[in-house]
Design a protein around this ligand. Structure first.
Ligand code: ADP
Ligand SMILES: Nc1nc2c(ncn2[C@@H]2O[C@H](COP(=O)(O)O)[C@@H](O)[C@H]2O)c(=O)[nH]1
Length: 433
C-alpha cells in the first residue's frame, strides 16, 4: 500500500524495512493487506469527436449517458466508421475506471465483480478490456457470459462535454451468486454506481443489492457514485431513500447534487445530502471540489487556512478534522472543505471523461489506507476514535484534486501510472500548505 497523497514527514505506514532501533519494539514484519471491492457493467469506451448535429441525429442528449438498442448502435457505429471518427478505444465503466485508478494509486488490490465474454478473440473489445486494466485489479471473480461486453460510445463535443450512448451487450447479466461474500465483507469499501439500478430487469441490480447486504452486515462502507444527473432527476426521492438506507459515502458532481437535493450551490447540496449519508465527495468542474462529512465535537481540528466565505459562512473552519461515521460520533457536526483545481487545471482539456472517477479513486485510497494502518498498528493514537479515512477533509481534497488533474492531463479516464513521487513544479508547495 502506497501512502495516499504526499506529506512532508516520513514513516507514515508500517513497512517491511523500518528503523532498526524500533523494530524490536514493534515486530510487525509482514504487513497485513486490505482491498476494496466494486461492481460494474463491463464496458469499453469508444471515443469519437462529433458535432452537435451528430448528437441530435442519433436522438442523444448532450452530457447524458443513454442506453441504445442494437439498431441504433449499428447506425451510430456505421456513421463513426464511415467518417473515420473513432479516436480511441479503451476500457471504461465508471467503477472499472475507479478500481483501476485505485489500484494504480495505492499499488494494491481491488476486486471487480462483473461479466466477461467466455470466448475471447485477440483484439476483441473484451480482450482490450483485460489488457487495459491494472494487474492489481483482481478479475478472477468475473462471471463468464456467452455474449459480448458492453460498448460505451463516448462522444466528445467541441466544448469538451462528453455524451455517452451505451450498447449493453451482456454487461447487465451479472448474477448474485458471483458476488463473493467473504471478499465483500473483508474489504475496506464496496463501490457501486447508480447506473446498476437501471438494468431493466437484468440481474446485475439484484447482484448489487446482495453485495450491499453483505457490506452492511460487516459494517463495510458502501460507496455510491451517481453517474449522471439525468438518471437522478427522473426520481430524486427514490435516490434520497436509497442513499439514506444503504449508502455511507456519496460521490457526485454539482449537477447530480442539484438533481438529488434541489440545491444549486454545491455547499448547500452537500449540507442537505449529509442528512442521508456519512461522507460526500462533490466535484464541481472548473470550480474544483468539495468534501463534506461528520466529525465528533471532541475530535474536531481547526484549519490553519484562511476561512472561506460561501453559502455557509466560514464553512472550512474545521476542515483539518478527520471524517467519521455520524453514528460513531457522540456529538456529531457537519464539516466542509473545498479546493480549487490543481494549478488551475491543465493548459488544455480535450475532454473531462473520468475526472470525477479519478477523484473518487483517491478518496477510496485514503479510506483503505486507514484500514491498512488500523490492521497493522491498532494501538496507534490515530485509532483512539473510529475514523472513516486516514486523512483530514482538507488533505483528501488535495489528493482527489491532484488525481483529477492527472486524469485530465492524460486525456484518458484510466491512469497509466501513479502520481509522481516528487512534484517537479513549483507546486510541490501544494502538498505542504
Ligand atoms: N475545466 C476544468 N478546469 C480545471 N479543472 C477541472 C475542470 N473540469 C474538471 N476539473 C477537475 O476535475 C475534477 C472533476 O471534474 P468534474 O467535471 O466535476 O467531474 P465529473 O467527471 O464527475 O463530472 C474537478 O473537481 C476539478 O478538480
Ligand atoms: N458502468 C457504467 N459506466 C458508464 C455508463 N455510462 C458512462 N459510463 C462510464 O463513465 C465513465 C466516465 O465517467 P465520468 O462521469 O467521470 O466522466 C466512462 O469511462 C464511461 O465508460 C453506464 O451506463 N454504466
Amino acid at each position: 500500500m502506497k501512502f495516499p497523497g504526499q506529506r512532508k514527514s516520513k514513516h507514515y505506514f508500517p513497512v517491511e524495512s523500518r528503523d532498526p532501533l524500533t523494530n524490536e519494539l514493534n515486530p510487525v514484519i509482514r504487513p497485513k493487506h486490505t482491498h476494496v471491492t466494486g461492481i460494474d457493467q463491463t464496458l469499453v469506451d469508444i471515443e469519437a469527436h462529433v458535432d452537435e448535429a451528430f448528437i441530435q441525429r442519433h436522438s442523444l442528449i448532450k452530457g447524458n449517458s443513454m442506453l441504445i438498442d442494437d439498431a441504433a448502435a449499428h447506425a451510430l457505429y456505421s456513421e463513426l466508421q464511415q467518417h473515420d471518427l473513432v479516436t480511441a478505444e479503451f476500457a471504461g465503466g465508471t467503477i472499472g475506471n475507479t478500481l483501476h485508478n485505485y489500484s494504480t494509486l495505492a499499488d494494491d488490490r481491488s476486486v471487480m465483480f462483473g461479466v466477461m465474454s467466455r470466448n475471447l478473440q485477440i483484439g476483441s473489445y473484451a480482450y482490450r478490456y483485460l489488457c487495459n486494466t491494472s494487474s492489481r485489479v483482481d478479475l478472477n471473480h468475473l462471471q463468464p457470459v456467452d455474449g459480448s461486453i458492453g460498448r460505451c460510445f463516448t462522444l466528445i463535443s467541441d466544448c469538451g462535454e462528453r455524451t455517452f450512448a451505451i450498447s449493453k451487450g451482456s454487461m447487465d447479466k451479472l448474477r448474485a451468486e458471483f458476488i463473493d461474500e467473504e471478499l465483500v465483507k473483508s474489504g475496506s469499501a464496496l463501490v457501486l454506481t447508480a447506473y446498476l439500478m437501471r438494468a431493466g430487469g437484468d440481474p446485475i441490480t439484484q447482484a448489487a443489492m446482495k453485495a450491499i447486504g453483505f457490506a452492511k452486515e460487516a459494517n463495510v462502507p458502501v460507496v455510491l457514485t451517481l453517474g449522471t444527473r439525468f438518471l437522478i432527476e427522473q426520481d430524486p426521492q427514490f435516490w434520497r431513500d436509497f442513499i439514506a438506507e444503504h449508502v455511507t459515502v456519496l460521490a457526485m458532481n454539482e449537477e447530480e447534487a442539484e438533481a438529488l437535493t434541489g440545491q444549486k450551490d454545491p455547499l448547500l447540496a452537500c449540507e442537505s445530502a449529509l442528512d442521508l449519508c456519512d461522507l460526500i465527495l462533490c466535484t464541481a468542474g472548473a470550480s474544483g471540489l468539495y468534501t463534506a462529512g461528520w466529525t465528533d465535537d471532541e475530535f474536531k481540528r481547526e484549519t490553519s487556512h484562511p476561512l472561506l466565505p460561501g453559502a455557509i459562512g466560514e464553512f472550512n473552519e474545521f476542515e483539518f478534522s478527520r471524517p467519521m461515521r455520524r453514528d460513531f460520533c457522540s456529538d456529531a457536526f457537519k464539516v466542509y472543505s473545498h479546493i480549487a483545481p490543481f494549478m488551475g487545471g491543465p493548459e488544455k482539456i480535450s475532454n473531462t471523461n473520468g475526472a470525477g472517477d479519478g477523484a473518487l479513486a483517491a478518496l477510496l485510497h485514503d479510506m483503505s489506507a486507514n484500514d491498512y494502518h488500523r490492521l497493522n498498528l491498532p494501538a496507534s493514537s490515530k485509532h483512539r476514535y473510529s475514523g472513516l479515512c486516514y486523512s483530514s477533509f482538507a488533505q483528501i481534497c488535495k489528493y482527489a484534486n491532484r488525481v483529477s488533474y492527472e486524469v485530465l492531463a492524460q486525456h484518458s479516464p484510466r491512469l497509466s501510472r501513479g502520481l509522481p513521487d516528487r512534484e517537479d513544479s513549483l507546486e510541490e508547495a501544494y502538498w505542504e500548505r
